[in-house]
Write a protein that binds this ligand. Sequence first.
Ligand SMILES: [Zn+2]
Length: 310
Amino acid sequence: MPELPDIVVYIEALEKRILGQTIERTRVVSPFLLRTVEPPLSSAEGKTVVQLRRMGKRICIGLENDVWLVLHLMIAGRLHWRARGAKVSRPRGLAAFDFPNGTLLWTEAGSKKRASLHVVNGEDELRALDPGGLEVLETDLDRFGAILTSANHTLKRALTDPRLFSGIGNAYSDEILFEARLSPLALTQKLTPPEVARLFAAVRSTLTNWLQRLRSETGEGFPEKVTAFREGMAVHGRYKQPCPRCNGKVQRIRYASNETNYCPNCQTGGKLLADRALSRLLREDWPKTPEELELLVQNPKRIPDKTGND
Ligand SMILES: [Zn+2]
């Protein structure tokens, strides 16, 4: 799932292309994509993009008259910048937004169509879609620690809960925990103050470093190589490969469709976290799928949902 660094780079590339441009036409070909009825998507046509904003892992395109398009790519959704009028080919193609200078194409690989588009009016409706997680690059250690320890969760769960922290998912949480030398299964309320400080520093350095890296890879182009498995990641997606710090083998914990990677030498005092022994803890603390976790919302008051499955 595109996380904070990926989403920021998408937004920066979009700002260069669509800020100040007018949406000429919207084309939605996937029946599952649009989750709102009012205002209609057609109300976006003829309106100019006045701002772009990240909200958790969502991309918000702000139009004139306070109309917002809220794009959630979920795991397999991707954006592309194409020549104006580019075809939207199913099954991958979900939608296209045509501008005078090009077309923003939205695709989603795989048969599970999870990506969502909400069209909302004004800040209040926009906020109703916000899971409410803390912006980790705009906060301090005290606030971070308070949110982290507000409930007793495993670190992996706490970091990836969008109601607690904004923009962190499965991939970068693995990298953050490696950087902090902490076990994904350590419990938040058992951490010592120095461990909390180490985690906070790792959150900031990991996200900042990856953001810089993705920015320089993207340059003036459009981010077309967005993936959860990046060359240069230390542990995420690197099961059985050597740890870049100690050369030991990277291990994994699997639960339902989740996989977490970690280095035993660097993070768990050499201890292998066996799946079976942990099953109770995992069952209680870990959602079955990243999608399930991602859709947790702070605010129970939701705007009407056309499909009923958001
Ligand atoms: Zn290691």
